[in-house]
Design a protein. Structure first.
Length: 53
């Protein structure tokens, strides 16, 4: 059986809550584009809770 890694760029303050349940990995913004430290902390906590890498 093959596995597919579905990745999303998150942490920029957009629709992270809608994306995280559907992906297996995320790339978290580090402040160079949009979003804030609070956005990054929130998305990291959501990813941890959903076991997204």
């Amino acid at each position: 059986m093959h596995a597919i890694d579905l990745n999303a760029d998150v942490g920029e303050g957009y629709t992270d809550e809608r994306l995280l349940p559907w992906v297996t990995t995320v790339s978290v913004a580090c402040g160079a584009h949009a979003g804030s430290a609070a956005d990054r902390a929130r998305v990291l906590a959501m990813a941890r809770d959903l076991r997204v890498r």
